[in-house]
Design a protein around this ligand. Structure first.
Ligand code: SAM
Length: 257
């Protein structure tokens, strides 16, 4: 159930994973007509990348995640905001959320970079009655994994990681077109009206943020024991290919009831 987002991995996630651009939240408000009266649920909330900014746009948000270490970071990141609640749970707890909140009570259920760990067909069917008419589900992706991008530095990173891991570094985390097509079909089958919006921008990374980003994506039991040696290994592989420009494509896949 839980995917190893704990201990140092939770710390790296909090420190190095970027948030979503404001235009992604504008899209949620626009598609679902969110108002300060709405309640939202953020499933797989992690350290709060969606939860915290969303809370500024609605009445309250419930962040749900199976990993207490991720929730602890999220709670600290939200310090000062009184309209967030944090719940240890998974997509399997949506029926319980329906019982607590009542059907038709939620403006949006967001899932940021987490749907690939959930049973999405069942989830979308269960969420449908929970959301109010005009509300719905939003599946967000936050760019392509650092080691799967179409750039020289990303290919060098992939090569170095694969050598170190001894396996292909292939997990696209639901950002690939095949997964997105599956999610669209599944949303439509559950009765939602489906739309995809994108937000694109360019960022320049430094070596520290690339190393931190990689460490935030490893299962906790695969973290390198010698972090210094790992950093040096990546530096040797990457530096000839700098500057590390990243074209970030954020997708906001929505299913409206
Ligand atoms: C990659 S992080 C995403 C965090 C944040 N939502 C974001 O957009 O950056 C994925 C999160 O999903 C959580 N997760 C894994 N399996 C889950 C499940 N079945 N239900 C809910 N959350 C789950 C993990 O614990 C982790 O915190």
């Amino acid at each position: 159930m839980a995917q190893g987002f704990r201990g140092d991995v939770a710390d790296f996630y909090h420190r190095y994973r970027r948030g979503y651009p404001p235009a992604a939240f504008d899209a949620l408000v626009d598609v679902f007509g969110l108002t300060p009266d709405d309640v939202a649920v953020d499933l797989g909330c992690g350290t709060g990348q969606v939860t915290v900014p969303l809370a500024a746009r609605v009445r309250a948000v419930i962040g749900v995640d199976p990993e207490p270490d991720m929730l602890a970071h999220a709670r600290r990141a939200a310090e000062g905001a009184a309209n967030l609640a944090w719940v240890v749970g998974t997509d399997a707890d949506v029926p319980a959320l329906r019982a607590v909140l009542g059907d038709g009570s939620v403006g949006v259920v967001t899932i940021g970079q987490a749907l690939h760990w959930m049973r999405h067909d069942e989830l979308f069917r269960t969420v449908f009655p929970l959301v109010r008419p005009g509300g719905g589900v939003a599946v967000l992706t936050n760019g392509t994994p650092l080691w799967l991008q179409d750039s020289d530095w990303s290919r060098a990173l992939r090569g170095s990681l694969e050598q170190w891991l001894g396996t292909p570094a292939g997990n696209a985390c639901g950002t690939d077109e095949q997964s997105q097509a599956r999610y669209r079909e599944s949303l439509a089958a559950a009765g939602f009206r489906v739309e995809t919006r994108g937000v694109d921008y360019t960022d320049t990374l430094d070596l520290e943020s690339i190393v931190g980003g990689v460490l935030s994506a490893l299962p906790v039991d695969r973290l390198p024991a010698d972090r210094q040696a790992f950093t040096e290994r990546l530096r040797d592989a990457l530096e000839p290919h700098g500057p590390f420009t990243e074209h970030v494509h954020v997708t906001v896949l929505t299913g409206r009831r």
